[in-house]
Structures are given as structure tokens and as C-alpha cells.
Design a protein around this ligand. Structure first.
Ligand SMILES: [Zn+2]
Length: 311
């Protein structure tokens, strides 16, 4: 169960650090930066802009190091406005354009919109099938999703029901459905073989266990957030908030900026060996580049009936 490439701190130490928080007062950083990196990763969100308010700088950093990322939005944010007279389909189309622009800034290889209803997302078998289809098509090593256990953010807010539903559906799709060939067997028969996702990275968690150094990519996160023009009434304020938040998380690992995530290790792969993150990075990048091509060929060759609008 030990993961040689995870943080140097044992999980319990990381957790208690997260709970007591604000190690700014301490002389030395309380944690080391999280170094494990997936060759391929998929971010699953409820709404366009969740990925940018969430782990965008981590995604950008991983992409810069050679990982291949894919973004899945369960809804297209058709309730993300204030005008009841607005056409929700027009809003959805606008938000998909904004999301694609943001995804391009971060460097995702592509985006899938599942076109589920905004404000009414539920963790149904049907949604899980759509997610399993995405996971078995793209075959990520890690899936990033909203922490489904968060109902309240401390005592400072309620987590949107869509975020909870998307997070829970993502977790359920990752384990056990995507890895079980008898779950949605028609997908297996279509050629979408079972796939083992090794890690979950949960964002907006009340109990983060890892901090990723995003000093080099925090500006890209801000730029990508600004692409969601329809959602930002005061972009300057949002930028200050995001930078302040990243700065606070960075103090824990002695960096300028960090994102905090809750890591769930599902599959501890022996083949990763005891080598350090540098070795993993080089191999991961090569493997990602190789398998990325294959997966996209498969995607392109598969029939259009994936049930999801894809880019
Ligand atoms: Zn959202």
C-alpha cells in the first residue's frame, strides 16, 4: 500500500495537517509538493467552469510535463444565468464555447459534453454508463472530480447538488464499473474494454491530502477562468480570490502557488517501482504520447453513437 511516489508525508500526517491548516506560522513547509503524475488524466465536472475553478493549474502543469488530459462536462450549464427569459439552449451553446476556449488554454486534448440537465444532475445508472464510456475510451490513469462527500464547505457555504452528483457518479464509474467487464457489457462488446483507473483526485475537498505546486501554471488557470465571460461579473475580484487561495495552499509546501486535492489510491501499481518522480515522468510522458495516439484513433474510428456530443 505504500506508494513510493506519493508525498513524503504519510497520509495521516497530511490529513492532520490539512485539518489544522495554515502552516504559514511554521518555519518549514509542513508538506512536500505532490510529485506523482498520471500519464493520462480525465477531469469530470458538473458544469463548464468547474474545471477552471478547480484543478486547472494542476491539469496545465501535468500537460506541460507530458500528460494527456481530457475534460468531461456532465451538463452544459444551461441554468447558469440570471434571466428567466434567456433561452437555456443558447446559454448552453455559449458556455460550451467558453469551456472549449478555456480547455484549449489549459491544454486538454479534448472535451466531451454529456448534455445532462443543469440543476437536475443525478447519479443515475444512465449517467454512470456515459462516464464509463468516456473512461473506457480515453483510458485515464487518474480521474479528477469534485469530492462527493462535501455537502457544506466548512460552515461557509453549500456545495451545489450537481457537484455532489457529478462527483459521486465519477467515483462510481471509476470503481467498480469501468474496471468490471460485466458492468455495461454491451460497451465491452462494442470494443470498450474494461479499464482500471489507478487514482482519484478529488477537488473542492474539505480534507485535502496533497498539494501540487502550480507556480508555473497559475497564470494559465486565471486566463482559462477569464474565458468563462458569461459567468464572471467581476473578473478582477475572482482573480484576486484564486491567487490568494493558491498562495495560501502554496505555503504548506513552500511554493508560491499550489492546488489542494484529496488523493484516493485505488491501484498501487508495482511496475512504478521505487524510482523517483523524475523517472516516472519520463516514462509516463513516453507512454502517454504513445497510448494517446492509439486512443484518439480509436475514438475517431468508433461510431458516432457515443450518446455524447464530442469535440
Ligand atoms: Zn459548478
Amino acid at each position: 500500500m505504500t506508494d513510493p511516489q506519493a508525498d513524503a508525508v504519510p497520509p495521516e500526517a497530511a490529513t492532520s495537517d490539512a485539518a489544522t491548516s495554515h502552516p504559514a506560522a511554521a518555519d518549514a513547509p509542513a508538506q512536500t509538493a505532490h510529485a506523482w503524475r498520471p500519464g493520462r488524466f480525465m477531469v469530470i465536472t458538473a458544469h463548464p467552469d468547474d474545471a477552471e475553478f478547480g484543478p486547472a493549474a494542476t491539469a496545465a502543469s501535468w500537460v506541460d510535463q507530458g500528460s494527456v488530459g481530457w475534460l468531461v462536462c456532465c451538463t452544459s450549464g444551461d441554468q447558469g444565468g440570471e434571466d428567466p427569459e434567456q433561452d437555456p439552449l443558447e446559454l448552453a451553446a455559449l458556455r460550451e464555447r467558453e469551456q472549449r476556449a478555456a480547455a484549449e488554454i489549459i491544454g486538454y486534448a479534448g472535451v466531451t459534453f454529456l448534455h445532462q440537465p443543469d440543476g437536475a444532475l443525478e447519479n443515475t445508472l444512465a449517467l454512470r454508463e456515459l462516464l464509463v464510456r468516456e473512461i473506457r475510451s480515453f483510458r485515464p490513469d487518474a480521474v479528477l472530480a469534485t469530492d462527493p462527500e462535501v455537502l457544506f464547505y466548512g460552515d461557509g457555504g453549500v456545495n451545489h447538488s450537481d457537484h455532489r452528483a457529478a462527483g459521486m457518479a465519477a467515483v462510481d464509474a471509476v470503481y467498480p464499473a469501468a474496471r468490471n467487464p460485466m458492468a455495461f457489457p454491451w460497451l465491452t462488446r462494442e470494443g470498450l474494454a474494461k479499464h482500471v483507473v489507478r487514482r482519484l483526485y478529488l477537488f473542492w475537498s474539505n480534507q485535502p491530502t496533497a498539494r501540487i505546486d502550480v507556480t508555473a501554471t497559475i497564470d494559465r488557470k486565471i486566463a482559462a477562468l477569464r474565458a468563462h465571460e458569461s459567468q464572471l461579473r467581476d473578473p478582477e475580484r475572482v482573480e484576486r480570490w484564486i491567487r490568494g487561495w493558491a498562495e495560501d495552499e502554496g505555503k504548506a509546501i513552500g511554493s508560491t502557488a499550489a492546488e489542494a486535492l484529496r488523493v484516493i489510491v485505488i491501484e498501487d501499481d508495482e511496475s512504478e517501482g521505487p524510482a523517483g518522480p523524475e523517472v516516472e515522468s519520463a516514462e509516463g510522458a513516453a507512454a502517454a504520447a504513445e497510448s494517446g495516439v492509439e486512443a484518439f484513433d480509436e475514438r475517431a474510428a468508433s461510431p458516432a453513437g457515443s450518446g455524447a456530443g464530442e469535440q
